[in-house]
Design a protein around this ligand. Sequence first.
Ligand SMILES: *[C@@H]1O[C@H](CO)[C@@H](O)[C@H](O)[C@H]1NC(C)=O
Ligand SMILES: *[C@@H]1O[C@H](CO)[C@@H](O)[C@H](O)[C@H]1NC(C)=O
Ligand SMILES: *[C@@H]1O[C@H](CO)[C@@H](O)[C@H](O)[C@H]1NC(C)=O
Ligand SMILES: *[C@@H]1O[C@H](CO)[C@@H](O)[C@H](O)[C@H]1NC(C)=O
Length: 540
Amino acid sequence: MRRELEMQEMDWTALANPSEEMQRSWLLQSTTLTMKTYVQKKKTYIWTLAFIGVLVVIAFTMMTIRALTHLDHYQQQPPETYSIALHTGLKFFNSQRSGRLPEENNVTWRGDSCIQDGKYPGSSYPHLSGGYYDGGNAIKSNFKMSFAMTMLSWSVIEYHSNSADTIHDMVFQVGHEGTERYCWIRPEDIDYQRHADICFSECPDLAAEMAAALASASIVFSKNVVYSQKLIHGARILYKYAESSMNTDTSSSWDELLWGGVWLYYATGDVSFLDRVTTLALADPSGVFSRDSGVFSWNTKLAGAQLLLTRLRLFLSPGYPSEEVLRKFYNQIGNVMCSYLPSFNKFNRTKGGLIQLNHGDPQPLQYAANAAFLAALYSDYLDASDTPGWSCGPNFYLTYVLRDFSRSQIDYILGKNPQNMSYVVGFGERYPKRVHHRGASIPKNRKESCKGGWKWRESSKENPNVIEGAMVAGPDGHDGFHDVRTNSNYTEPTLTGNAGLIAALVALSGQKDNLDKNGIFSAIPPLFPVAPPPPAPWTP
Ligand SMILES: *[C@@H]1O[C@H](CO)[C@@H](O)[C@H](O)[C@H]1NC(C)=O
Ligand SMILES: *[C@@H]1O[C@H](CO)[C@@H](O)[C@H](O)[C@H]1NC(C)=O
Ligand SMILES: *[C@@H]1O[C@H](CO)[C@@H](O)[C@H](O)[C@H]1NC(C)=O
Ligand SMILES: *[C@@H]1O[C@H](CO)[C@@H](O)[C@H](O)[C@H]1NC(C)=O
């Protein structure tokens, strides 16, 4: 796949402004013409000049019209749409809280739950209460929770002015992996001992993912120096653990190591992290070539890390020795963006326009939302570095193409789809009413036994509690959707899905120049590009 998309190294300046380039060649031809004519007759010369002038004007007008029609091509939503959806989407996180809830949690049907997590006799981990439930059951997955938190932090860091107060009171808490397939009761009523999956040295990916979450959070909370340092301290320890337990045979954790390393570099400015991620990258040939390159999700972080490192190259150009890998990533992220365009046919689309990044499998929305975030963000990076667009093979695309892609996917999620259905609960006129969610499907104060609760799951009635802001798993590969509680493939929301949606909405709801260009770099000392070492002296 990558070979097809492989980009030629191009001279940017030549392509950067096609209209200027075209105009120059017009004038060049005209000059030759003019010289000949002048020899013939002065009067003709004036007419020729006028003629050329008219031609230039016509050419310009045509180009402008083309640009405008292209701009009009995608019907835009009013910008408030995204702000409203953003406020709705954030409410979901309040519904997912575990442990003791704050005074004003604002979800009337939720209360304290699972405060006993980890507190069983002989437990080595008595402090597992808190955190967030991942989806409709009561599992707390550190891996997914960490990714969700990193995404939220990322969007806050990039668009500071937009949403700095949106996640100020989120807790970064260690939860645990558990399995809860049998019981269908409100999390508040869980009184059985919950199983905690502990991993010892086999989870470098989890450690690196958590390092990314803590490191990115330390940037969000940088004004609170003590807290921020504490987060960085934790991130460093986790990352060290991840590196030391990384088995050279298992390349599956490699993207998390890259992802965690980049965030640690931004959080600390410690150049050893940049060295590590730019060397690691060289060392690993996998991932990049797979059919999933460009698919950014809780399970594959490569594209996110590449985009973050491309940011570094666009704005700070650190030069040698990282330049080689940074340029490679820059090219690859360009290819990722190309792969999102319909003309590249790398990923299928439904008739309604939803990109099938997970190849027609269930839960397509979270992948589309993540891609929408990356595309909008990359377009903002390009705009902020005065780069008008990027190339896909011989074609050059302007940045609005990325924004259009991003909007098209988010608009689909918000209701512009063949079902006329908003997939975010509480947003728009029609949205899923039978969300696969234990807490939302059982009336408050209705204590059930594990199996007794099944009647609520099987019921065809609407949920008694509206789980506001939840983005459900989404439609099937043909834009079809069944609002049934028993099928989590359609109706289950997840933390990671909502986090990607929030990130994309933050990127789309602001003004074009809302990107905080420098905030993310504040820990990085001034960089002076180092010249490559001189070639070794020639010895006969
Ligand atoms: C609950 O709502 C109040 C008032 O709107 C707000 O100040 C507070 O931040 C909200 N709490 C949460 C956890 O969202
Ligand atoms: C696209 O859809 C076709 C037909 O359903 C399928 O065979 C193919 O594998 C899909 N391609 C991708 C990249 O998912
Ligand atoms: C969605 O809305 C369009 C236009 O209003 C209508 O033609 C179509 O039948 C609707 N589809 C569904 C599934 O309700
Ligand atoms: C959900 O999707 C998975 C994977 O495609 C499939 O195996 C499973 O049967 C689906 N579940 C239901 C209830 O349709």
